[in-house]
Write a protein that binds this ligand. Sequence first.
Ligand code: SF4
Length: 84
Amino acid sequence: MTKFKLEHNRPDCIGCGACAAVAPEFWEMHDDGKSDIVKGIHRDDGWQELGVEEKDKELNMEAADVCPVNVIHLTNLETKEKLI
Ligand code: SF4
């Protein structure tokens, strides 16, 4: 069940590749030098988002932790709590 919203502030991504290194299931590098959420939806504001399950929370928290510019965010859809 989708419990969290994973978001990527793609315009501010510096393309370091750290997210794709720790969580390749969810993060990949794109031709333009920035990362993408695998199968993520591209929004009009340039961000990406994807609904993720409880089992995928820790891995994406890790990706967010290693991001040097803090452009990866996770929100609990039930409580609206922003985890990172
Ligand atoms: S870790 Fe952050 S800055 Fe680096 S590629 Fe991933 S989202 Fe972009």
